[in-house]
Design a protein around this ligand. Structure first.
Ligand SMILES: CC(C)(COP(=O)(O)OP(=O)(O)OC[C@H]1O[C@@H](n2cnc3c(N)ncnc32)[C@H](O)[C@@H]1OP(=O)(O)O)[C@@H](O)C(=O)NCCC(=O)NCCS
Length: 173
């Protein structure tokens, strides 16, 4: 690769990209090994899937390696049973510098009754890094719909809360 081609590729990697380009969807069927003795999905298993679904959108948007820096609280709204189909949808809400907030919304589908219920939502922060662990700048994300714009604005407010909480915890150490 010539120096010029390399510069063009690097510039391209930092060009703003719409939210829809990296929106991701993941599906899992709940198996007995994912469940507690009452055949309900384990919260830890769902958290693992949320992390993976979030990372998919973050990888696609940043076109780099990412690590999970934090996960905001998760509410489990309804129980999920063995045999249910779990759908996880992820979307980059906002990019800051090297970090990005990704929202993951989880649904359970009952394919026999043809119903879908909202199970959980979470906001995760991923940081883009290179192979040596150095933070990398991430391309801005472009909200195109009213809903995406609302999430973009809310992500800014959540970042302020996260930063002040992080600061408070660091001082308390
Ligand atoms: C996340 C991590 C890269 C941050 O490194 P750091 O040197 O503390 O980072 P800095 O303070 O310079 O901040 C870098 C970015 O991360 C963000 N960040 C750091 N800690 C954060 C936290 N707890 N929550 C949210 N964002 C955080 C900062 O806001 C900053 O974002 P910006 O560049 O968009 O402004 C580092 O703590 C790390 O590697 N942690 C382990 C990650 C991991 O192993 N995850 C689980 C496995 S994937």
């Amino acid at each position: 690769m010539t120096g010029k081609e390399k510069t063009i590729m690097q510039d391209d990697a930092l060009s703003p990209r719409p939210v829809r380009d990296s929106q991701s969807e993941m599906a899992e069927i709940v198996l007995p090994n994912d469940a507690n003795p009452l055949a309900a999905l384990l919260g830890g298993r769902l958290m693992h899937w949320i992390d993976l679904a979030g990372a998919m959108a973050a990888h696609r948007h940043s076109r780099n390696y990412v690590v999970t820096a934090s996960v905001d609280h998760i509410d489990f709204l309804v129980p999920v049973r063995v045999g249910d189909l779990v759908i996880l949808r992820s979307s980059v809400n906002r990019v800051f510098h090297s970090s990005m907030e990704v929202g993951v919304k989880v649904f359970v589908e009952n394919y026999i009754a043809d119903t879908s219920q909202h199970v959980a939502s979470a906001y995760l922060t991923f940081v883009a890094i290179d192979g040596a662990g150095k933070h990398l700048k991430v391309a801005p994300v472009i909200p195109e719909t009213e809903e995406q714009q609302r999430r973009y604005d809310d992500a800014g407010r959540r970042r302020e809360i996260r930063r002040s909480e992080l600061e408070r915890r660091r001082r308390a150490r």
